[in-house]
Ligand binder design. Structure first.
Ligand code: PXP
Length: 237
């Protein structure tokens, strides 16, 4: 069964809207884990717009499952991550003005840099995942870096869902996943996945985990985090 990673950034987004202490991302993670979430993702952005350093510290001591720390490949983030020692890091491109992570990492143009960047993580036992578009060249370059995982960007598929372009976007995911498995990479997927479009994803073999944030937190506004997580677990089978 494909595992469910819950991204709790948006819990922190609501808290930061007032700059106070509620809602508490650590409490959200606790409830989500009790409801069956298999891991918790937090994205410590350079501009600290939602998750704060203190959240990451607290979660590292309270999570019962796994922490997947999403981050840009900067020296600052490397220092923080190697101090916190999450179960895994997921390297993403980061632009200050973007609303959310817009595209995958360009591994092809910086594969030498990334190979060196991730070395200390792998040596210290932190799993490394590269967030990439479903592109054959990006998959091959990811294999070269030594990362154990890729997370395939499902944003274009999610946008194309229920349109004429859905089939084409879905084929890209299938091909990228197939190649990744062939060269020994483990595969996650995420971005834009929701209760409707995730079912198709289950027909592609090999995925280890789907990382989902916005749709689950949106549903949680109405039904609570526990129910929203249980509902997604139910869809995943
Ligand atoms: N995976 C990565 C690498 C992301 O950047 C995000 C968004 O923060 C997600 C998964 C979750 O995307 P969504 O919030 O659209 O479910």
């Amino acid at each position: 069964m494909v595992k469910l990673g819950l991204n709790i950034d948006h819990v922190a987004t609501i808290r930061q809207a007032r700059g106070g202490v509620e809602p508490d991302p650590a409490a959200a993670a606790y409830i989500a884990e009790s409801a069956g979430a298999d891991s918790i993702t937090v994205h410590l952005r350079e501009d600290r717009r939602h998750i704060q350093d203190r959240d990451v510290e607290i979660l590292s001591g309270t999570l019962k499952t796994r922490m997947n720390l999403e981050m840009a490949a900067t020296e600052e983030m490397k220092r923080i991550a190697l101090d916190i020692m999450p179960h895994s890091v997921c390297l993403v491109p980061e632009k200050r003005q973007e609303i959310t992570t817009e595209g995958g990492l360009d591994v092809v143009s910086q594969k030498g840099f990334l190979k060196d960047y991730i070395k200390p993580f792998i040596e210290k036992g932190v799993i490394v995942s590269l967030f990439i578009d479903p592109d054959i060249e990006q998959v091959k370059a990811s294999g070269y870096t030594g990362a154990q995982f890729i997370e395939i960007h499902t944003g274009s598929y999610a946008e194309a869902f229920d349109t004429m372009e859905e089939g084409e976007e879905f084929s890209k995911l299938r091909n990228a996943a197939g190649l990744a498995m062939g060269i020994g990479l483990q595969i996650n997927a995420g971005h834009g996945l929701n209760y409707h479009n995730v079912s198709n994803m289950l027909t592609i073999p090999g995925f280890y985990e789907f990382n989902i944030g916005h749709s689950i937190i949106s549903r949680a506004v109405f039904v609570g985090i526990e129910r929203a997580v249980r509902d997604m677990k139910h869809v995943l089978g």
